[in-house]
Design a protein around this ligand. Structure first.
Ligand code: B12
Ligand code: SF4
Ligand code: SF4
Length: 256
């Protein structure tokens, strides 16, 4: 069964796949996996190589590469889940790249499920100094999605080797200083650079609008800032910083 599932996933063009036993998934801040699928036994983690669009000096081109990956990941995840249902009568819970997840004010920037901890449990990499998972072949330029299932799958071998070469390039080139403290990303600092047109910027704009005269409001609503906020809200996560991902040297010479 494991080989059939892997062959199906590779046949779709997904870059890598690993299996984890549900008890090996340890993400203390995320929900218990049984809250997402009560009969959970295994997690199938899919890895997708990030396009070299992320190197483009144009932020819209870099973002578009990410959106291409996101569309393919959603398509692949659905296909694999349907294959598991059809072929093995499996129960499944597909977990996305990022959204949707439950939003609670006491759980800021915390998804229901951690793709990084799942990828590590499924043998698809280890944490680097930048708090991202470094894949043994693709380095940091990789995104993950997961499918939780009630199928009992033999877990993949975990990565034993530290993939990070501790060069500190990610820390030095983080424009917001979000990686200064080892083992912790400062979420607010990162957000100010990675999503400059996200929710916080939107709230700031709305407050400014409410406090403005009718003439000022007209100016604000025809400004570049408002158009950018609208575009970001329409597209979802609008990432404008890829430094910790694109500058990490690990894996870059080896990828195919
Ligand atoms: C919310 C979110 C964010 C938030 C908050 C990040 C955060 N602190 O977790 C913001 C907007 C800041 C963010 C930024 C980025 N994100 Co983001 N994000 C997510 C999301 C949706 C949820 C993450 C979550 O729930 N975190 C909370 C829990 C898991 O974190 P935690 O337990 O506190 O663990 C943290 C630390 O304690 C530390 N940590 C925990 N255990 C250990 C162990 C060791 C040994 C070490 C060193 C560290 C460490 O790592 C975590 C990071 O702070 C995930 C998708 C998903 N559902 O998993 C993507 C995800 C984590 N993001 C991703 C990426 C790529 C990015 C960005 C590069 C932006 C971009 N351009 O894509 C930056 C990188 C920031 C960074 N260097 O940490 C990828 C990571 C892929 C990878 N190779 O690891 C994910 C998995 C999306 C995906 N499906 O691929 N992200
Ligand atoms: S995405 Fe940019 S701002 Fe956020 S941690 Fe990485 S380098 Fe720093
Ligand atoms: S840039 Fe260097 S220090 Fe940062 S994660 Fe990559 S190898 Fe590790």
């Amino acid at each position: 069964m494991e080989k059939e599932i892997k062959d199906y996933i590779w046949g779709l063009g997904v870059d890598d796949v690993g299996f984890a036993a549900s008890e090996d998934y340890q993400s203390p801040k995320s929900y218990e996996i049984t809250k997402l699928l009560p009969e959970a036994k295994s997690i199938i983690v899919l890895a997708y190589k990030v396009l070299s669009n992320c190197e483009s000096p144009s932020t819209s081109v870099a973002l578009n590469g990410y959106m291409d990956l996101g569309a393919f990941a959603r398509f692949s995840s659905y296909q694999v889940a349907r294959f598991l249902e059809r072929k093995y009568g499996a129960q499944v819970a597909t977990i996305p790249i990022s959204y949707p997840f439950e939003i609670h004010s006491d759980r800021p920037a915390l998804a229901d499920f951690s793709q990084r901890h799942a990828a590590i449990a499924a043998g698809l990499g280890r944490f680097g100094r930048h708090n991202l998972v470094i894949h043994p072949k693709f380095g940091t330029r990789v995104n993950y999605t997961s499918i939780i299932t009630n199928l009992p799958l033999k877990p993949s071998t975990k990565c034993q080797e530290d993939q990070c070469i501790h060069c500190n390039i990610c820390v030095k080139n983080c424009p917001s200083g979000a990686l200064k403290e080892e083992g912790k990303t400062d979420v607010m600092k990162c957000l100010s650079h990675s999503q400059p047109y996200g929710l916080r910027a939107d709230i700031g704009f709305q407050l400014q609008l409410l406090a403005s005269s009718p003439e000022e409001q007209q100016k604000l609503l025809t400004s570049e800032q408002y158009a950018r906020l609208r575009q970001a809200a329409h597209l979802g996560n609008q990432y404008m910083c890829f430094n910790c991902m694109k500058l990490c040297p690990v894996g870059q010479a080896r990828v195919g």
